[in-house]
Design a protein around this ligand. Structure first.
Ligand SMILES: O=C(O)CCC(=O)C(=O)O
Ligand SMILES: [Fe+2]
Length: 331
């Protein structure tokens, strides 16, 4: 079934300007922001250890202390963008721990002005430097929102896990372009779009990039410490850069949506995804549900698995983030 469109509408936050924290002001003005220390450095460090152990646990030969083992043959399938999408990784305990960190969830509650939010069952990023065994990670500027649906509809997020300086790869955003998004899509609608795999996606062409430059928008590589939460408006053009030094770039994608923007049908789809340990995109409303089948050299990966190795233990608050408790009993 192709991914469906979502029914969410723009969410307007009614908070007086003087009550906003600095990062909220940055987010409104620039289309991105960093919430420093949303997760403690200790918790980020535990997550890093778990992420390395998870990779080593495949028994394919990857060893965190031996950079020569950074090779596709010795790792689960990770694409050139650093994304690992299968193997039920979206539901590993280390991922859920980050997703349910109060500093992360509360930032989204503030953004939306809503207490009841649900989380995406998103991918994880393991980007290692010097990956000559993979195709190059060429720029892939895009927005994760249907260009025909203007307004703020989704805030995206990721928790940065390792030190991430200017040369360490990771998120790069087009500053302020979220505010020009509607104008951009009106003026560029004549152009043949890059085929979109999902209606909630739009790829910027060279002409689109020129438009952004002509309108004074600059691209900014976001830097962060372990435990920082990076937020960006889904209308903000963005992609990620490969790390150029010796430090890998690890992150956990964490996107939340107000429950009120999600239909009962979508919540039921979400429940089914949770019960089968499947992932979604950044959209928490499960407009697209993925699979746990990675392919290696064109065949199903022998190392595929359909359950997380360490299943998450969700308390009441964390379980609410699945959306399941918001499903109304049938009349
Ligand atoms: O890895 C990143 O920083 C960004 C990836 C991306 O495009 C996204 O999460 O929407
Ligand atoms: Fe994206």
């Amino acid at each position: 079934m192709p991914p469906t469109e979502t029914e969410t509408v723009a969410t307007v936050q009614v908070v007086a300007e003087e009550d906003l924290e600095q990062w909220q002001k940055d987010l409104q003005r620039d289309g991105f922001a960093v919430v420093k220390g949303a997760v403690s450095p200790e918790a980020a460090n535990i997550c890093a250890e778990n992420m390395y152990s998870w990779l080593e646990g495949f028994g394919l030969g990857f060893d965190r202390n031996d950079p020569s083992t950074i090779h596709a043959d010795k790792l689960p399938v990770i694409n050139e963008k650093g994304m690992c999408l299968n193997y039920a990784v979206s539901h590993e305990e280390f991922v859920w721990r980050i997703r349910s960190e109060p500093g992360v969830v509360d930032a989204f509650r503030k953004v939306y002005g809503e207490k009841d939010v649900i989380v995406s069952f998103d991918a994880v990023n393991f980007a290692f430097p010097n990956r000559t065994d993979l195709p190059p990670n060429k720029p892939w500027p895009h927005q994760d929102q249907n260009p025909k649906k203007p307004g703020l509809r989704l805030m995206q997020g990721l928790v940065n896990i390792l030190p991430n300086g200017p040369k360490d790869g990771g998120l790069i955003v087009c500053k302020g372009a979220h505010l020009l998004s509607e104008q951009f899509h009106k003026e560029m609608s004549w152009e043949d779009p890059i085929p979109a795999w999902n209606p909630e996606w739009y790829g910027f062409t060279e002409r689109g990039m020129q438009w952004l430059a002509d309108h004074g928008c600059e691209w900014v590589k976001v830097t962060a410490d372990p435990g920082d939460l990076l937020l960006w408006d889904s209308r903000t053009p963005h992609y990620n850069l490969p790390p150029e030094g010796t430090t890998p770039r690890f992150c956990i994608y964490t996107c939340y949506q107000p429950v009120k923007d999600v239909t009962q049908e979508q919540l039921k789809k979400k429940k089914a995804a949770f019960e089968s340990w499947l992932g979604t995109t950044h959209w928490p409303n499960a407009q697209h549900v993925g699979s746990n089948r990675a392919t290696r050299n064109g065949k199903d990966d022998f190392y595929n698995r359909s359950e997380p190795i360490n299943k998450p233990i969700l308390d009441e608050e964390a379980f609410k983030l699945t959306g399941i408790p918001f499903i109304q009993p049938e009349a």
